[in-house]
Design a protein around this ligand. Structure first.
Ligand SMILES: Cc1cc2nc3c(=O)[nH]c(=O)nc-3n(C[C@H](O)[C@H](O)[C@H](O)COP(=O)(O)OP(=O)(O)OC[C@H]3O[C@@H](n4cnc5c(N)ncnc54)[C@H](O)[C@@H]3O)c2cc1C
Length: 471
């Protein structure tokens, strides 16, 4: 019997339910496939850095699987429709009797899987699907009225109740196949991948585990106190590994649970708080499945579709380039551009600045983040943007508008983060770095603010209030 494992955003051999399932019997032949769907990813707005990392992670996976004596074909096709036709042809020629994969939840991905599932059914090929992106399958955490939760805190309570009763350890990597007679290795890789090393973001599972373990050993106990300080580097930075599937959420949560005296909640403050963030990640995934219109970039709160967003290219470009004249915004955007990652507090501040101070449509910011973030992920990105824009399920109330200067003074008191990314401000005293005077700006060659905070705040309040009245 030949079993085929179809890898997607689960580029790992540990805690991979589809792979483990396919490898359950040593007598079977197991082979694997992954698609490099370059054009589809570009259509989905992913940027070159993230695409390069995913391709490099596929090459790493190929080596890992080879050590288990499992051949992986990396196949370059344009889009999801091509994946389907390639799979059909390959499953026929390789006499595959079972296909196993871990589910992806976005609309196009789900449509693709339905087509493949139907074809397999018609050709007597068993399909085994698994959930690895969430601890609890989307749709399985419901209110008493059998509705999806729209608010985080009750979702979290219900989620904890279920997980506490069935919290299983991550799966080990499968054993080396003693014999694997599949002719799959004869398949040429249909690929022309050339990847570049990225100094910041490794593409192997060992590095992902080192990142997680170092955080849990060194920083997690202070997480609740320091997670909002961008200069402290006190967060885990595992989001990139989660978004490529080099780590699974179960591996993160299980390690945290072990460290927390086998508690998901009610243990150490730092660990509880970190687990809480991982539950936000689950919440956004559950929402995405319950409300597929989110995949189509519709606002969760329909009335907010009437916000009169300003179509101002000049302001949008200033935001993208980090030239708004608000140091915390500009430094954050430089972090994004240089590292492909931005601190969570800064994501909230920059997103709120774009949608409230500049009154620019959150979808433009969402797309920009999606292109530049190495952890770009539709559910969390959409959730974060709709939270900040007050258009989302459990978003910030529209009248709570962050003042970028006071946020900067509060979370980067001495301006050390600011000068890391805006070295031109180094010569200013710490206090002046958050909002330099006109003379100081001239001295440092730093631009004037593109918008006045007070005016912009009022403009946003009026715009949102009017929308509520229209609705
Ligand atoms: C506007 C905006 C856009 C965002 N876009 C993304 C995105 O594309 N991809 C992404 O993974 N996260 C996104 N986030 C959530 C969050 O900012 C990042 O997950 C976090 O900064 C990643 O850094 P970390 O791994 O050090 O997080 P930690 O603070 O160490 O948290 C641990 C993990 O919990 C999860 N998490 C933490 N905060 C959130 C949150 N607010 N929402 C959902 N999950 C969370 C992440 O998986 C993260 O890796 C966004 C947030 C905002 C406000």
């Amino acid at each position: 019997m030949t079993r085929l494992v179809w890898f997607r955003t689960d580029l790992r051999i540990h805690d991979n339910p589809a792979l483990t399932h396919a490898c359950r019997d040593q007598d079977d032949d197991v082979c694997a496939i992954v698609f490099n769907t370059l054009k589809q990813w570009q259509q989905h707005g992913l940027g070159p850095r993230k695409i390069n990392l995913m391709q490099a992670a596929m090459m790493e996976l190929k080596q890992q699987l080879a050590q288990l004596n499992i051949p992986l074909a990396i196949v370059t096709v344009d889009n999801f429709a091509d994946c389907v036709s390639y799979l059909q042809q390959c499953m026929g020629s390789q006499r595959v009797s079972e296909l196993a994969f871990n589910l992806e939840y976005e609309v196009n991905e789900r449509k693709r899987d339905i087509v493949v599932g139907r074809w397999c059914q018609d050709h007597d090929i068993i399909v085994n699907k698994f959930h690895d992106q969430c601890l609890l399958p989307p749709g399985s955490v419901k209110t008493q009225q059998d509705e999806p939760y729209r608010v985080f805190t009750p979702f979290k309570k219900a989620w904890l109740n279920i997980v506490n009763n069935q919290f299983a350890a991550p799966l080990p990597a499968p054993a080396v196949r003693q014999h694997n007679e599949t002719a799959f290795h004869l398949l040429q890789d249909h690929t022309d991948i050339t990847t570049q090393a990225d100094d910041l973001w490794p593409t192997d599972e060992d590095s992902a585990h080192n990142q997680l373990n170092t955080f849990l050993d060194d920083d997690v106990l202070r997480y609740h106190e320091q997670r909002d300080l961008p200069d402290a580097d006190a967060t885990s930075r595992v989001s990139y590994y989660l978004s490529t599937g080099l780590l699974s959420p179960r591996q993160c949560l299980y390690s945290a649970w072990l460290k927390n005296a086998c508690l998901l909640n009610g243990g150490e403050n730092g660990i509880d708080t970190w687990i809480n963030e991982l539950i936000w990640r689950e919440f956004y995934r559950h929402l995405l499945v319950a409300y597929p219109s989110l995949c189509k970039h519709k606002a969760f709160k329909p009335h907010t579709e009437h916000v009169p967003w300003r179509n101002c290219e000049k302001d949008f470009n200033a935001w993208c380039e980090g030239k708004t004249g608000y140091p915390i915004i500009d430094a954050a955007m430089q972090q994004l551009r240089q590292q492909g990652w931005m601190h969570n507090r800064l994501r909230m501040i920059t997103a709120m600045f774009l949608t409230k101070h500049l009154l620019i449509d959150w979808r433009m910011g969402e797309a920009f983040f999606n292109e530049y973030l190495v952890d770009a992920d539709l559910a969390s990105n959409n959730g974060g943007w709709q939270w900040s824009a007050s258009t989302g399920a459990d978003g910030a109330p529209y009248f709570r508008i962050f003042n970028p200067t006071t946020q900067s003074e509060r979370f980067d008191k001495d301006g050390y983060f600011l000068i890391r990314y805006l070295p031109e401000l180094t010569r200013l005293p710490s206090k002046s770095r958050h909002a330099p005077s006109a003379a100081e700006r001239k001295l440092c060659g730093y631009p004037a603010p593109i918008v006045d905070h007070k005016m912009a705040r009022q403009r946003a309040l009026d715009a949102f209030k009017n929308t509520l009245e229209v609705a």
